[in-house]
Design a binder for this molecule. Structure first.
Ligand code: ATP
Length: 265
C-alpha cells in the first residue's frame, strides 16, 4: 500500500431517506484499505440500509456540507465494477439461491454477478480460480453438492467463495452467523479469520458481539440510523456502551480466545 492509496470507503454527512423516513442520518465514516472493522447495532439500527448504501441499492438523499460518498476514491461507480472491490455476502443474497446449482457453480456465478451460469461462458481460468477458492476455504467437498441440499453454514461459505472470485479489497458480511449452530459457527469463524489474515479487509455488520473476530480492532456502534461511537474495540465494547446501545444492563468481557461476550442481561 502506498500513501496515495485512497480509503476503501469515505462517507461524509450522508443521509438516506426512503418513503419519508430517515433511515441513515448524517453518516460519516472512513475505512482504510485492508482495515478490519465491525459495525455493531441493535435490530432496526440501520445496518441493512447501510449495506444497501454501499452496494448502491440506496443512494444518498442528501449530502450535508462538505459531504462525500466515495468508494476507493471514486464518486461514481458501475455496480458491476464495484463488486470487484467489495465482495458482499448478505442474507438477502442467500435467499436468492433457491436454484439447483452445484457449489462450484455458485462460486463461478460470482464472475457474472448472477444467480446462475445461464449462457455465460466459463473459461478455464475461471474454473481454476474457483477451485483455488474452494481449496483456500477448505470446502472442496462442497463443489459438487447441490446448493439446495446444503446447511446454512455450508451455503454461506460458498457465498463467501462467490464474493472472493474478483479478489476484492474487502469482504462485507451482513449478520453472517444468523442460524449457524456451534459447529458451523466454529468453522465459519475460522474461515473469516483466515480471510482477514490473508490481507482482505473485513467489514462485519452484526448485532452479535461474539461475531467480532479478534483480527477486528475497530468497532463502530450504530443506533437509530446514526454512527453513535467509533473507536478501538476495547474502548467501544464496554458495559456502558453495549448497555446503552442495546438498552439493557449488561456485563461485557473479553475472553482468552480474543472474543468479547455479553452476560447478565
Ligand atoms: N424502504 C424503507 N422504507 C421505510 N422504512 C424502512 C425501509 N427500509 C427499512 N426501513 C426501516 O428503517 C429501520 C432500519 O432498518 P434496517 O433494516 O436498516 O435495520 P437493521 O439494523 O438492519 O435491523 P435488523 O438487525 O433487524 O436487520 C427499520 O425501522 C426499518 O423498519
Amino acid at each position: 500500500m502506498t500513501d496515495t492509496t485512497p480509503p476503501l470507503l469515505e462517507f461524509k454527512n450522508i443521509t438516506v431517506v426512503r418513503d419519508g423516513r430517515t433511515l441513515l442520518d448524517s453518516l460519516s465514516l472512513t475505512v482504510g484499505a485492508g482495515e478490519h472493522i465491525a459495525l455493531l447495532g441493535p435490530n432496526g439500527a440501520g445496518k441493512s440500509s447501510f449495506i444497501r448504501l454501499i452496494t448502491r441499492e440506496y443512494y444518498p438523499s442528501f449530502q450535508g456540507e462538505h459531504g462525500a460518498f466515495r468508494i476507493w476514491g471514486r464518486d461514481r461507480w458501475h455496480v458491476f465494477d464495484l463488486r470487484s472491490h467489495l465482495g458482499v455476502v448478505s442474507n438477502d443474497l442467500q435467499h436468492t439461491f433457491t436454484r439447483d446449482m452445484s457449489g462450484r457453480e455458485v462460486v463461478l456465478s460470482g464472475f457474472f454477478s448472477s444467480v446462475g451460469l445461464f449462457t455465460h461462458k466459463v473459461t478455464g481460468e475461471m474454473e481454476r480460480k474457483a477451485d483455488e477458492i474452494l481449496a483456500f476455504l477448505e470446502i472442496e467437498h462442497l463443489g459438487d453438492r447441490p446448493m439446495t441440499e446444503l446447511s446454512s453454514g455450508e451455503a454461506r461459505r460458498l457465498l463467501i467463495g462467490r464474493a472472493l472470485v474478483h479478489d476484492p479489497a474487502a469482504l462485507v458480511l451482513d449478520e453472517p452467523t444468523n442460524s449457524l449452530d456451534l459447529h458451523a459457527l466454529h468453522t465459519f469463524r475460522r474461515t473469516i479469520r483466515k480471510i482477514a489474515r490473508s490481507g482482505t479487509g473485513i467489514i462485519l455488520v452484526t448485532h452479535n458481539l461474539h461475531d467480532i473476530i479478534p483480527e477486528i480492532s475497530r468497532v463502530v456502534l450504530m443506533k437509530d440510523g446514526r454512527f453513535w461511537k467509533d473507536g478501538q474495540k476495547a474502548e467501544m465494547l464496554t458495559d456502558a456502551n453495549i448497555g446503552g446501545l442495546f438498552s439493557v444492563p449488561v456485563h461485557v468481557k473479553e475472553e482468552e480466545d480474543g472474543y468479547y461476550y455479553a452476560t447478565g442481561y
